[in-house]
Design a protein around this ligand. Structure first.
Ligand code: MCN
Length: 772
């Protein structure tokens, strides 16, 4: 039976569920000191003076460092010229939470006392905390040498005014896609130990090799003396591919103090320092005919990148404009974007990274077309879908060629599972019945870009390359180890990579181990982001396994005196087809592979090992249709999700349990964005007002509905597995489904749009005739 496609329980669960996982903060090397940042309390200010004397006098404090102490080192890598982020603030602070100094102590309590005792005098500078303020003509500049708060601009080639005007109708929405924080269970944490044998850094990161490559270069030491280990990682959602100052400074501090040093954020520190995501404003215009056919689309994106543009933060708007047209065949599409700096925490990737923003806007405005034409939203979608026969489908941007999808089937399945017609009838029957809550129905037929893989796609973000690596090694007893370059943080790679290898090699699942996240054992990997683990990393495992098997068959054939072409692998043994009982076990073949006298002359001892850097000719494009039914309390404006139906297409599914779990997590985050979460700053002072989990509303399981899930599989033609990524799908598709349902419920109040999060206050005020 094939394991690919089977609901195999996770190999990593016994460890993680019994509390025996090993996270960075679990590590306590002998003599480990504890370091903590002194964070800026100001959003924009000149540092007049830093007095370290009282901090140094705190019992247990070992050292205090400021920017001057690291003057010989470069800034955080990857910044734009003139806009680089200093490891510790130099002269000026640009966001609340920016690290200004480090206190190192015997334990974290003494470090915290030292942080309290350090005295910093600031001279306030004018604060620009919003896109509007930062782009005003007389705006104060965050980086005067740059001459503007706009970091990058890609203008529109044509403004499409004429095309929009020529349509029977046109509509415009201004959409604020609010800033959200990733809130992984494990905040940032790293331990650096730089001893006589070199440097080892344990860090909770999504791309350990990426860090190793940059860190060795930054420290100017050979890579062989710089080992990075990502042990168990408690979630990341994109926020752990960012270069945080502690990743670079901890090794230096360890070297200076000659002892291991640990940084571990508290939750409140993480809320200020870990990169948030989203934070885009869109102006979207659509032109359509009376029959609901869309003729033209224009999307203008402004991305708030925070105080220092991060390479992934700069890339968000690119992905949004690429995916602007979603699932629809639209004859004219034009996009533009600019990225703007503000006195807020630097923005970077957060689950979906640019695609949720695109999906939200197109799916919102398609609903507006339905409203204006009097057609059902499902019908408008159906009339404009790219048909299944049109794939591969090149969009308005030649870099984006959708691989495969069946939107009509996705929508049909979604409508079936949500009993669409019955709920519409119920909604009609309820209209005007003030004793019942308002009922709204929302659809989201989305598609996203994942499987970051084609050469060039990650290099722009500073990565070495875009392939992913796998090394498959058969041990002398016929068990196998896979060294994977894609290092997981909750996805279940140990399980799915073993499933793929087991199918290819014919070695039992239980006799295969997957190792990740250690630069000393995996030669080079790229990392886990952009839902690429399965399409690129999994494909590397598959092809490397096939190559090992081909050589193993030669050895088995030699031992059996049979033709390798007549062999099949079943139950850990090579069997000669048509000759029952004529077989040799994997263990014997593996053993023989190390004995020159037992293998065919063209092979060398130890040849049952293959390392591969798997390239992809194109991305993968997961898609889906999500349906949401909400009820809104007429008195309070509180939104309750009654039904959430999620139909996904990620091509070949490796493990339906894990794939569905991924979607559940993503949908939870999508619902969170739609109804609960927003990082709020006081526009006048730049002070965050939602910087802890009392104020920043992360929903619990009790706030979420049961999900009804389904699947439509259209295999991806661009990788040997036929798989598309699924890690971000839920977060891409859910927000529009929920908000479309909320707006649908509010139709009788003339509401055409509501910005996220649709809090009771916001919804209630719309019911009273207010604006979004
Ligand atoms: N899978 C599958 N079949 C497929 C595709 C995926 O069975 N065709 C399953 C596999 O279990 C695989 C997992 O889904 O391990 C995710 O695979 P993939 O979509 O290839 O994504 P990656 O492995 O590259 O993971 C990255 C992705 C991203 S970008 C974010 S953000 C994210 C996510 O995954 N952050 C996560 N899922 C997360 N899950 C957890 N628990 N924590 C996070 O921080």
């Amino acid at each position: 039976m094939s394991l690919v496609g089977a609901k195999v329980l996770r190999k990593e669960d016994p460890r993680l569920l019994s509390g025996t996982g090993r996270f960075v903060d679990d590590l306590a090397p002998a003599g480990c000191a504890f370091a903590e940042f002194v964070m800026s309390s100001e959003a924009h200010a000149r540092i007049v003076s830093i007095d370290v004397r009282r901090a140094l006098a705190v019992e247990g404090v070992l050292a205090v460092y400021t920017a001057e102490d690291f003057a010989e080192f470069p800034d955080v890598p990857g910044g734009l010229p003139d806009l680089e982020r200093p490891t510790l603030a130099r002269n000026v602070v640009r966001f609340v939470g920016e690290p200004v100094a480090i206190v190192v102590a015997e334990d974290r309590y003494a470090a915290a006392d030292g942080v309290q005792a350090l005295e910093i005098e600031y001279e306030p500078l004018p604060v620009v905390a919003t896109i509007g303020d930062a782009t005003a003509t007389d705006a104060a500049l965050l980086h005067p040498a740059h001459g503007s708060n706009v970091a990058t601009v890609v203008p529109m080639l044509e403004d499409l005014e004429r095309e929009l005007d020529r349509c029977d109708g046109r509509a415009h929405l201004h959409i604020v896609n609010q800033r959200c924080v990733a809130v992984p269970i494990e905040p940032m944490s790293c331990v650096a130990d730089w001893g006589v044998d070199g440097l080892t850094v344990w860090a909770t990161v999504q791309a350990p090799h990426h860090l190793r490559n940059y860190l060795a270069n930054w420290l100017d030491i050979p890579q062989v003396d710089c080992r990075v280990i990502a042990p168990d990682v408690g979630g990341g959602f994109g926020s752990k591919i960012v270069w945080y100052p502690e990743l670079f400074l901890a090794p230096v501090v360890s070297k200076r103090l000659r002892r291991p040093v640990k940084f571990t954020q508290t939750r409140s520190e993480a809320m200020l320092q870990m990169a948030p995501g989203r934070d885009q404003e869109h102006d979207i215009d659509i032109g359509f005919d009376n029959d609901g056919r869309i003729r033209a689309l224009r999307l203008v994106v402004t991305q708030n990148v925070g105080a220092y543009p991060d390479p992934t933060g700069l890339g968000l708007a690119v992905l949004t404009t690429w995916m602007a047209a979603g699932a629809y065949r639209i004859p004219e599409v034009q996009t533009s974007y600019r990225t703007v700096m503000t006195n807020t925490t630097p923005v970077a990737a957060y689950r979906g990274a640019g695609r949720p923003e695109a999906a939200f806007s197109i799916e919102r405005i398609v609903d507006v077309v339905a409203r204006r034409t009097g057609l059902d939203p499902a019908e408008v979608r159906r009339r404009n879908f790219i048909p299944p026969t049109a794939f591969p489908y090149e969009t308005h941007n030649e870099a984006v060629v959708y691989d495969s999808a069946d939107f009509p089937e996705l929508l049909r399945e979604c409508q079936r599972l949500m009993n669409y017609d019955a709920v519409r009838a119920e909604q009609e029957a309820r209209r005007g019945d003030l004793s019942k809550p308002l009922l709204g129905i929302g659809l989201s037929c989305w598609l996203e870009i994942a499987g970051f893989g084609p050469n060039g796609s990650l290099e722009g973000f500073g990565h070495l390359a875009s392939w992913e690596s796998a090394q498959v090694r058969v041990q002398p007893d016929g068990s196998a180890v896979i060294f994977a370059g894609s290092s997981p943080h909750g996805q279940g790679h140990e399980t799915v990579f073993a499933q793929i290898a087991s199918d290819e090699l014919g070695i039992s699942f239980d006799r295969i181990q997957v190792r990740t996240g250690d630069t000393a054992t995996v030669l080079q990997g790229i990392g886990t982001m952009g839902s690429r683990g399965v399409p690129t990393g999994g494909s590397a495992v598959k092809v490397a396994s096939q190559r090992v098997l081909a050589r193993a068959k030669k050895i088995a054939a030699h031992l059996l005196e049979a033709s390798e072409h007549d062999l099949e692998v079943v139950d850990d043994a090579f069997n000669v087809r048509g000759s029952p009982g004529k077989k040799v076990g994997w263990a014997d073949v593996a053993w023989a592979s190390f004995q020159p006298l037992s293998i065919p002359p063209e092979l060398q001892a130890g040849s049952l090992e293959e390392r591969l850097f798997q390239e992809s000719p194109n991305f993968s494009y997961p898609s889906g249709a999500y349906g949401c039914v909400v009820e809104i309390d007429r008195e309070t404006g509180r939104v309750t999700i009654r039904d959430m139906v999620i139909i996904d297409d990620c091509g070949t599914v490796i493990n339906p349990l894990l794939a569905e779990g991924q979607v559940h997590g993503g949908v939870a985050q999508g619902i969170a964005q739609a109804l609960f979460e927003q990082m709020v700053y006081d526009p006048a002072t730049g002070q965050p007002s939602t910087a802890n989990l009392m104020d920043y509303l992360v929903p619990s399981a009790a706030d979420l509905p049961d999900f009804v899930a389904g699947r439509v599989d259209t295999p991806c033609p661009n990788n040997p597995l036929g798989a598309k990524g699924i890690g971000e799908s839920g977060a891409v598709g859910a927000p529009a489904a929920v908000i479309n349902a909320v707006v649908d419920a509010l139709a009788e109040f003339g509401v055409e749009h509501v910005d996220m999060p649709a809090t009771p206050e916001r919804v209630w005020s719309l019911m009273q005739g207010g604006s979004s």
